[in-house]
Design a protein around this ligand. Structure first.
Ligand SMILES: C[S@@+](CC[C@H](N)C(=O)[O-])C[C@H]1O[C@@H](n2cnc3c(N)ncnc32)[C@H](O)[C@@H]1O
Length: 287
C-alpha cells in the first residue's frame, strides 16, 4: 500500500514537472504551417489519413485526439479539423478557418461536446493507455456516422517492453536490459482485442506499409475500424470491452499475438484501401 502511494506521488510529481516545463517552453508558442507539406505527407499518418479520406462517401470533418506538435492535423486535407490535447505543443491562436483546437483532455472534450459534432474520419492518438483509448473509441461512436472510419495509433508495439503500460517503467526496463531507444506504445494493443470481441459489427484491420515510405522504410502500424455492411457500432457494448481490457491486466503483447494471431497480422496499406473502396462501392453502387 505504502509502495503504491509512493508510486502515485512519484508519477504526479513527474507530471507536474512535465507541465511546468511545457508552460515555460517555446514549443507551445510555435506557429504551424497549416498548408500541407507534401514531404511530410509521404511519410507519416497524414498520408494514410488523406488516402482513407479520399475513399469516404463524405470527407468533410476530421477529429484528432492527441495532436502534439500538430504535424498530422496540419497536413490532413479536410475542411473541418478538430484537435484535442491537454498540451498542444504549438500556438492555438490565429488558426485557419475550419480548424479548432481544444486544449483539454479527451474525456473533458467528449463530456462538453456531446452532440455538437459528427466526424467522418477520426484519429485516436492520445494517451497510450488501453482504457483511455478504448474510452475515446466508445465516445467517438456517439459522434460519428455509419460511414466513418476510425484510425487508432500505437496498436502494434515493437516488443513486450514497448507494451509496458507505464512509460517510465518501459524505458527503465529497456535500459536495464541494455537496449537503446525510446519507443513506447503502452498497452493500446488491448483495444484491438476489446473491439473485436465487444463490437460484433466492427471491422478492424491493422495496417503496416513500410514500402509506402521510400525514404527510410519506417512506417507506423495503425488499426482502422469501420462498420460491417449494414452494421451498427454501439457504445452500449462497451461494458464487455472494458471487461476484456480488465482481463488482460498484466499480460504482455506477446500473449495477445499468441492468442489472437490473425488479429495482429497487418495488411499493406494498398490492400486495406482496396477493401475499404470495395466496402463503400458495395454500399453505394455507382449509377
Ligand atoms: C503521440 S502524441 C500525438 C501525435 C500526433 N497525433 C501526431 O500525429 O503528430 C500524443 C499526444 O496525446 C496527448 N494526450 C495525452 N493525454 C491526453 C488525453 N487525456 N486526451 C487527449 N490527448 C492527450 C499528449 O499531450 C500528446 O501531445
Amino acid at each position: 500500500m505504502a509502495f503504491q502511494k509512493q508510486n502515485y506521488v512519484t508519477r504526479m510529481a513527474r507530471k507536474l514537472v512535465r507541465r511546468v516545463r511545457y508552460l515555460l517552453s517555446e514549443d507551445r508558442r510555435r506557429r504551424l504551417n497549416w498548408s500541407p507539406q507534401d514531404r511530410d505527407l509521404e511519410q507519416w499518418s497524414a498520408r494514410r489519413l488523406n488516402r482513407i479520406a479520399s475513399f469516404l462517401p463524405q470527407n468533410v470533418s476530421y477529429l484528432e485526439v492527441g495532436v502534439f506538435r500538430g504535424e498530422t492535423i496540419s497536413n490532413v486535407k479536410m475542411p473541418v479539423r478538430v484537435g484535442v490535447d491537454p498540451e498542444p505543443r504549438f500556438s492555438v491562436v490565429g488558426l485557419p478557418n475550419g480548424v479548432e483546437i481544444f486544449a483539454s483532455t479527451s474525456d473533458h472534450f467528449f463530456l462538453s461536446h456531446k452532440r455538437a459534432f459528427c466526424f467522418d474520419l477520426i484519429f485516436l492518438d492520445g494517451l497510450h493507455e488501453a482504457k483511455q483509448c478504448y474510452s475515446d473509441f466508445v465516445n467517438v461512436l456517439k459522434i460519428s456516422s455509419p460511414d466513418s472510419v476510425i484510425l487508432i495509433d500505437d496498436v502494434l508495439p515493437d516488443d513486450d517492453i514497448s507494451s509496458i503500460p507505464d512509460q517510465d517503467d518501459s524505458l527503465k526496463e529497456r535500459a536495464r536490459t541494455g537496449q537503446t531507444g525510446f519507443r513506447w506504445h503502452g498497452d493500446v494493443w488491448k483495444v484491438v482485442v476489446a473491439i473485436s470481441i465487444a463490437h460484433a459489427d466492427a471491422r478492424i484491420q491493422i495496417i503496416h506499409s513500410p514500402e509506402m515510405n521510400p525514404v527510410d522504410g519506417d512506417d507506423n502500424p495503425q488499426a482502422a475500424v469501420w462498420r460491417k455492411p449494414g452494421g451498427v457500432l454501439d457504445a452500449e457494448d462497451s461494458a464487455l470491452g472494458f471487461q476484456v481490457i480488465d482481463e488482460l491486466e498484466g499480460k504482455p503483447f506477446s500473449y495477445g499475438v499468441e492468442r489472437w494471431p490473425s488479429l495482429f497480422k497487418p495488411v499493406g496499406e494498398k490492400d486495406f484501401l482496396a477493401s475499404l473502396q470495395g466496402f463503400f462501392e458495395t454500399k453505394q453502387p455507382k449509377p
